[in-house]
Write a protein that binds this ligand. Sequence first.
Ligand SMILES: [Zn+2]
Length: 230
Amino acid sequence: MFKYGLEFRRKALKLYVQGNSAVSIGRLMGCAHNTILKWAKEKDICRTFKEAAEIRKPVYDSNFRKMAIERYASGLSSTNVAKELGCSNRTVLDWATEAGIKRSISEALKVAGIIPPSQKGVKRSMETRLKLSGDKNHFWRGGVAPLQKRIRMSLRYRDWRTEVFERDDYICQKCGEFSVAGARLRLNAHHRTPFIELLTKFELDTFEKAMACEELWNVENGVTLCVGCH
Ligand SMILES: [Zn+2]
C-alpha cells in the first residue's frame, strides 16, 4: 500500500537525521522532498535549517583541538591554523577563546614577530612623515586607496561589521528599518569617525599597522545604517 518500502523510508529518514536536507535526499533517492518532510513530521523529527547546519558540523577529537590551540598559542593566525589543519577559522577562534587564550591582533602580530620590537612604540610626527614622502614612504607612494581596499576586504573588517550589525540587531539606527523574512534589506556598517581620518590620525600606513590598531576596530565607532540612510 506504500509507494515506497519501509527500507527506503528508513534510509531517507536516517539521512535526514544526519543533517541532510530533504531536497538533497529527494534528489539522491529519487523521491519528492515533500514526501520526506511528511515522514519526518510523522516521526516528529522536523528541524530548522539552523539545527540541520549544527548537526552537519564536523566533530573534532580532543587531540585535533589541542593541536589547533597550540598552534594558535604559538602565534599563528587562526586563518593559518585553519588552513594548515583543514578546519574553519571560526572553529579555531572558538577553541582558543574557550581555552582562555583569545588575544588581540596586535598581540598576535607581536607574538608572530611581525611587529619587530625595535619599531614598537616608535612614532613619527606627521611632519617627519611628510618629509619622508616620496619613494621612502609607502604611505604616499602606494596611495591610501589600495590600503583602504585591502583593509575592507580583510576578515577583521568583516568581523567588525558583523559585530556592529549584531549589536544593533540588524536594524538601521536612523530610520529603524530592518529586514523581514523573505525581504532583502541592505545594511552598511557606517564609521562615525571616517575611516580615512582614523588611518591618518593613527598614522596607519601599512596593512599590518592597520590590523594592529585597536582604535580602528572599536565597535563603538560603527553604526548600522540602511542603504537609504547611509
Ligand atoms: Zn535607514
